[in-house]
Design a protein. Sequence first.
Length: 406
Amino acid sequence: MAVVLASSQENWRRRGHLFIVADGMGAHAAGELASKLATDIVPQTYQKLKEQPPPDALRAAILDANSRIFSRGQGSDDFKGMGTTITALAILPEGAILAQVGDSRAYRLRGQRLEQLTFDHSLVWEMRAAGQIPEGDDVPSYIPRNIITRSLGPNSEVDVDLEGPFAVQPGDTFLLCSDGLSGQVHDDEIGKILACLPPNEAVQSLTDLANLRGGPDNITVVVVRVIDPQAWDETGASSDESAGSSSAPRPVPVVLWGLCVALAAGAVGAAVLGWPIAAVAGGIAAVAAGGMALAQQFGSGKTFHLDGRPLGKGPYTSCDAAPDDSFVDRLARLTDQLRDAAASEDWVIDWSRFNSYNTKAFEARRGGDYQEAARQYCHATSYMMQQLRSQRARAQREAENDLDLS
């Protein structure tokens, strides 16, 4: 993964903040190298291509990464054919744009609605798009779910999907993830957890849930919450207290204001001479010229389109993300299973803390506050998972000490 926040107000205006998830494929070392090359090369190249619009620069950066990963693979039998997915999100003053190759994903939570903004380059999604299998989660058992149709590295050329720009509002939450998360946790569960928790806690809770369901693959998650989509401060993060803003006035050609004044003067002159039709026409033209001047000076600037159309066709899926009793019940049963496992394995647990989370969750659920109930059950689950990791680390240290003594 890579998180590259704008280092200055000018950089924010030109390139915004960049977030990337890349999931390597091939033998372990090859996949790790491919994904690292992608997350190193793409940010560097994207920043260097200053004269290109952000969508073009992002696409070019990914093509550059593909070429260099392919070359590296061709130069070694150990790395030949290595590849990686990539999902890149750039949040800019004009909105959010995405670049996509593979089946890692980008979502946006707005209010109580979760949308998948990227298209999976997988056999299942391609067949569904072609009408060969029906919409929905049910996929015939004879169709493998883990085959992807596009990735960086295996071939000298690759097609890069661009999506956006998507409007960005305060409170919007974006999530990028590898299929280690999306393969184990349903979209509605992702949305509900994002709606309940701050970003750092949401990442931990989602990772814990995927691991509790088997965790068969690497799990990488980046969560970005928008505070003020138009502000930048010296920390390189969005802030509603920042003085810098992309809505600052821009220069307007003098001829445009001159045309506005001339048309207004002509309309007044026509009215004085008793020519009402000419006066009305001149007034309308003056207003139109003034509107163009104001739009030029205070508008949001260039938007990103190709051939007059928005990039891509996203969002591709949408689901309700409002926590409900059914979701809370799933979390409650999960914490019960963790309690039973801890008791049977004789874990050393601070049960008072765990029970406090569960009591608060039970009371919130009884009162119909499902968001608070889900939040507390997520806290209980993450606490128990942290305890599990501690138990395993302790057992490993004891085993190593025994080995040293022998």
